[in-house]
Design a protein around this ligand. Structure first.
Ligand SMILES: Cc1ncc(COP(=O)(O)O)c(C=O)c1O
Length: 436
């Protein structure tokens, strides 16, 4: 008898395929593109990933966390922070984060923000809860254009259709076109399927753009005129990540044209503090909507990790969050400039590539020269992977009618030297495609 080979002896037990009957959600949900991009980057150290929205590992707040943990551990009494917490999250953390938001929105009453507040496992969970309690398969959510691609994937998983809010040639919300679109939805009998509107309004993922107060008001006015006073979800994940000045537009929470609308405002401590803590913060103006989301949250986890929340409470009261923001804002601006400068040096502008410098956030949003396909299955994308650089194809970031020629580049995780090398590899491919 031949002995089993080393490989056979040591190969992991492979899962076998099954013929289970999955739910319609199980059938619909596809492997997440973000996980695929993250795995490609993590598995291949040679590949420079300007794809996944990781934060800057070298600037993560190790000292602030170390101090907070030591303080928690030396607290007299029982370590309640190692016990289960409550479903809506720690009251003191909710109070502190409501205070933080009230400083950004002077027209708002802190007590009101606090009443609607809850803590989630990253803001991703709040987005999921919001959609899950509002939508059935076949329903519609209006989304910004371009939009956060993980949100769009989630909608597909839930069988919800994304319909883009129209924009003009400069990428600004086009109120008139939006009104026309809403009329069309009404005529086709689909308006009653529109359950919510969603947008990323500060230093957006993917475009780096922020919405002006006029654009936000315009959306509310078009909806009101169409008799669609539907829930609004404002995703402010990058609001704290401005480089020198906060974006001046208030959120929908304090813009008068949104007054009648049920509003959910989501933000996070992952991007501006520590992605690994996965703590998000949301506040909802509608009592029933909030209650439904919390009912479903109890099914998910009946409370976000209590320790992570207690840790963040400590960090906030030590001033560690403020210090971290002061540290990372200029660091991200410098990285944005490094990538932007390197792309320009590679001659991309001369080749017809277009992009703007953002005033905050983690992303550059590029439009390729006319006709160049940069999609996930394109030759260009393949050539970039072969050259050792990975980006997010912009086509993933549209609810509908996706153009093929946009790209999202993230400068969050790579250092300046790596960003320059990534730009060099990207530039090499871009030049090659310009010459064929
Ligand atoms: C626009 C936007 N919203 C929400 C999230 C979710 O982030 P988290 O769950 O880490 O708070 C992200 C993460 O990349 C994002 O880019």
């Amino acid at each position: 008898m031949t002995p089993p080979s080393f490989a056979a002896k040591h190969s992991p037990v492979m899962p076998t395929s099954t013929s289970l009957n999955f739910s319609s959600l199980g059938e619909r949900a596809q492997p997440p593109t973000i996980a695929k991009l993250m795995t490609m980057a993590l598995e291949n150290p040679e590949l420079l990933s300007i794809a996944a929205g990781f934060t800057d590992t070298s600037n993560l707040p190790v000292e602030a966390v170390e101090q907070a943990v030591a303080k928690l551990a030396s607290r007299p009494g029982q370590p309640e922070y190692l016990q289960y917490g409550s479903n809506p999250g720690r009251p003191e953390l909710r109070r502190m984060l409501a205070e933080h938001l009230a400083l950004q929105e002077p027209a708002l009453d802190q007590a009101e923000i606090q009443r609607g507040a809850f803590i989630t496992n990253g803001s991703q969970q709040a987005l999921y809860l919001a959609v899950q309690v509002l939508c059935d398969p076949g329903d519609i959510i209006l989304v910004d254009r371009p939009s956060y691609f993980v949100f769009l994937e989630m909608l597909r998983g839930l069988g919800v259709e994304a319909v883009s809010i129209p924009t003009d040639a400069n990428g600004l919300v086009d109120g008139e076109a939006m009104s026309d679109m809403l009329v069309d939805l009404k005529i086709s009998g689909r308006a009653q399927r529109v359950k919510a509107v969603y947008f990323v309004s500060y230093f957006s993922n993917p475009s780096g753009r922020s919405l002006t107060a006029a654009e936000k008001s315009g959306i509310a006015e078009s909806l009101t005129a169409a008799d669609l006073v539907i829930p609004v979800i404002e995703d402010a994940a990058y609001r704290d990540l401005y480089y020198s000045e906060p974006w001046p537009a208030p959120s929908v929470l304090s813009i008068p044209s949104w007054e009648q609308f049920p509003k959910l405002y989501t933000s996070t401590l992952t991007k501006p503090f520590a992605t690994g803590l996965k703590v998000g913060f949301a506040t909802c103006t509608d009592v029933e909507w909030r209650a439904k989301m919390l009912n479903v949250k109890a099914h998910h986890d009946f409370g976000t990790a209590n320790f992570n929340q207690a840790l963040f409470e400590q960090v906030l009261s030590d001033g560690g969050f403020r210090d971290q923001l002061r540290r990372i804002r200029p660091a991200y601006e410098a990285k944005m400039r490094a990538l932007d400068g390197a792309l320009r040096q590679e001659g991309l502008s001369d080749l017809g590539w277009k992009w703007d410098q953002p005033a905050g956030g983690l992303y550059l949003w590029l439009t390729a020269p006319v006709g160049l396909d940069t999609g996930l299955d394109s030759e260009f994308c393949q050539a970039c992977v072969e050259a050792g650089v990975l980006y997010v194809p912009g086509e993933l970031c549209y609810g509908d009618d996706a153009p093929i020629d946009t790209i999202r580049l993230s400068f969050g995780v790579l250092n300046q030297e790596q960003l320059q090398e990534a730009a060099k590899r990207f530039g090499m491919v871009a030049k090659h495609f310009a010459s064929v």
